[in-house]
Design a protein around this ligand. Structure first.
Ligand code: PLP
Length: 410
């Protein structure tokens, strides 16, 4: 059974434009700021730090709602839940040994509801939408975000419209529809699906839930940073590899570390943040290498890792800023390296990664050889979805029971 979440005080003071710092009122429905940039939720961190202790959190149920005081939902009754478990951190000891590396850890987000870490962001976005009286939500998606939106909205009694590029993995399209969303296939990429939502939202009375176009998905993804710090004994790893599409998770974790330092739960050390992209869609890598603050749209984006096939990200400047401030970098990996990396981890360690998760391991290996990663760095990779949602190579040799089995041939 889902446990009862006890009512605790909340600490949101206001929202703030991530570009200009302009203040927006809490407890009202907001999209982007006036300048078209993401809004960040701000808390009374002094009061928060006094209201809760590491020990109190450790005693709570192992789900991300244990970080309740760091989250924006005011009324516990508005929290929409499907069992948001804390995800395990799984070491890859055999691979580390083979590579002559130190610790390689995988945070396996595939255990969350709807099989991906999109559940973190959407649980928060939908809970806040419920709190603020939203009746209809719409979103462009490469798959997992739409599935999480559909699931949480159906549970909350909110109507959902989801737009996918027409080559989105079929299982994603079907799970979105099965979980109750009106589901459309669009002959374009995710930003073009986003345009349909943006242009139709007034007439259709949609609340636009596109990546970073509402303030609360970041707060949900922030729980990855809180959770991994707690799991590592309130320490951060030396380096984090994050498969970067819209970058919500990277931005969210960076915010988590800032808030944890502000209340004195971690020190000034930050992990080096590595934004991993696919060679066929690497706008953040190109901007990072050019020393630019913003990323140009990537034309003809193509990769097997659909979750990171995002040609243009609204939060590009926030991703680049976090990566640079952390002393990290952005890097791209080829599709064949992604596929090989996924097979290696599955066959050696028994852990099946999604293609985006496999991209982080491919990037780790690539950068260990290039020297940008040191063997003694404690590395944390993100596997963002269950590998079970993705196409797998054909397998299985047929045996005929009407004939004798020739065991020598097995
Ligand atoms: C959405 C998604 C990503 C990218 O996450 P962002 O935080 O939006 O950059 C990576 N992998 C998978 C499987 C996803 O669904």
């Amino acid at each position: 059974m889902l446990n009862q979440i006890t009512d605790t005080p909340t600490f949101v003071t206001h929202l703030e434009c991530s570009q200009t710092g302009k203040i927006y009122a809490a407890d009202q429905l907001h999209g982007l700021s006036e300048t078209g940039k993401p809004l960040l939720v701000r808390y009374d961190l002094d009061a928060l730090g006094k209201a809760v202790t590491k020990k109190a959190i450790a005693a709570r149920v192992p789900e991300f709602w244990r970080y309740r005081e760091f989250l924006p939902v005011r009324k516990t009754a508005n929290i929409v839940r499907l069992g948001e478990v804390m995800t395990p951190i799984i070491p890859l000891p055999a691979i580390a040994k083979k590579l002559g590396a130190g610790e390689i850890l995988v945070k396996d987000e595939g255990r969350l509801p709807t099989g991906s870490f999109k559940a973190r962001g959407l649980a928060l976005a939908v809970s806040m939408a419920k709190e603020l009286g939203v009746k209809r939500m719409a979103m462009p998606t490469n798959g997992n975000a739409g599935a999480a939106l559909a699931a949480y909205c159906s549970r909350a009694g909110i109507e959902t419209y989801v737009f996918c590029p027409d080559d989105t993995p079929e299982i994603n399209v079907r799970e979105i529809a099965l979980q109750g969303a009106k589901t459309y296939l669009v002959n374009g990429l995710i930003d073009q699906c986003g345009r349909i939502v943006g242009e139709g939202k007034d007439a259709m009375e949609w609340f636009d839930t596109s990546t970073l176009k509402e303030p609360y998905r970041i707060e949900g993804k922030k729980t990855m940073g809180l959770e991994l710090a707690e799991q590592l004994g309130w320490e951060v790893p030396d380096i984090i590899f994050y498969p970067t599409g819209g970058g919500t998770g990277l931005i969210g974790m960076w915010k988590a570390f800032e808030e944890l330092e502000a209340i004195g739960w971690i020190g000034a050390k930050r992990p080096r943040m590595v934004a991993v992209q696919a060679a066929g869609c690497a706008p953040i890598v190109r901007a990072f290498e050019a020393g630019a603050d913003h990323a140009e749209r990537w034309e003809d984006a193509q990769t097997v890792a659909a979750g990171i096939r995002v040609p243009a990200a609204v939060g590009d400047f926030l991703i680049l800023d976090a990566v640079r401030k952390s002393g990290g970098f952005a890097c791209a990996v080829a599709d064949d390296a992604i596929i090989a990396a996924g097979e290696e981890v599955a066959k050696t360690e028994g852990l099946m990664l999604c293609p985006e998760g496999a991209a982080t391991f491919a990037a780790y290996k690539q950068e260990l050889s290039s020297g940008r990663v040191e063997a003694n760095e404690r590395a944390l990779l993100f596997n963002c979805a269950t590998g079970l949602k993705y196409p797998m190579p054909e397998a299985g040799i047929r045996l005929d029971i009407t004939k004798e089995v020739d065991y020598d041939l097995l």
